[in-house]
Ligand binder design. Structure first.
Ligand code: ADP
Ligand code: AMP
Length: 218
């Protein structure tokens, strides 16, 4: 049986961090719309130029653009054993579009895991985040430092960067935009009996134990 998952949570909740553990253990592709936009922006494609107008300021990219890239991605062969969507859907329109895609592709959702964190904790999480340039592994200057300072635990890389939209001005807009959309989306999946809530204010390891418990029980 395939494992078709959505990882939900506000920016900074810990989706990317938990996604690394999930894809490693369950061997399904990690589909992060944020990563897809960042890659398009760095390659200066037409999609990237369009997305940049929105991502730089912390606003959402229009639904028709985002739905289009997810539809193409889900149709790829590597999603046969399942997939992990991270950062999508973020609006009810996207949730409806995804329902249509999963029906057309005959890939019904297995579960939606919502990492729940008090928004008050998120500014710190986002402004302290830094990322390995070579492999994309995520760290935090207070909560998750590399084991050897200056060296990525995953790939041994030595260069790190801060995301443009993790700077304080964009963080404010991102949290505002995403908090507004979050509650109706949670209700959407609760009503469809797909929602599992995890307390994301615990340590990274504790959150992973809970997430893994849920996934093993599906
Ligand atoms: P998201 O993908 O949801 O935006 P990330 O996984 O990138 O969030 O996590 C945001 C920041 O918070 C990163 O710097 C990460 O190292 C840190 N972080 C993730 N989970 C936790 C946690 N449970 N406790 C403390 N810090 C965390
Ligand atoms: P993330 O990496 O998930 O924090 O996303 C970074 C940025 O990409 C967001 O602030 C949005 O501008 C854009 N983005 C990512 N996912 C979506 C989505 N599902 N809908 C609209 N915009 C998105």
């Amino acid at each position: 049986m395939s494992l078709n998952l959505i990882l939900m949570g506000l920016p900074g909740a810990g989706k990317g961090t938990q996604a690394q553990y999930i894809v490693d253990k369950y061997q399904i592709p990690h589909i992060s719309t944020g990563d897809m936009f960042r890659e398009a922006i760095s390659n200066e494609t037409a999609l990237g130029l369009k997305a940049k107008e929105y991502t730089d300021k912390g606003n959402l990219v229009p639904d028709e653009v985002t739905n289009g890239i997810v539809k193409e991605r889900l149709a790829e062969d590597d999603t046969k054993p399942g997939f992990l969507l991270d950062g999508y859907p973020r609006t009810l329109e996207q949730a409806d579009a995804l329902a249509q895609m999963t029906e057309d592709l005959n890939k019904p959702l297995s579960a939606v895991i919502n990492i729940d964190v008090d928004p008050k904790l998120l500014t710190d999480r986002l402004t302290g985040r830094f990322i390995c340039k070579k492999c994309g592994a995520t760290y935090h200057k207070l909560y998750h430092m590399p084991k050897v300072p200056g060296t990525c635990d995953v790939c041994g890389g030595h260069e790190f960067y801060q995301r443009e939209d993790d700077k304080p001005e964009a963080v404010k807009t991102r949290l505002k935009v995403n908090i507004k959309m979050n509650t109706p989306l949670i209700s959407y999946y609760k009503d469809r009996n797909l929602l599992f809530n995890v307390d994301g204010s615990q340590s990274i390891d504790e959150v992973w134990q809970k997430v893994d418990q849920i996934l093993s029980s599906l």
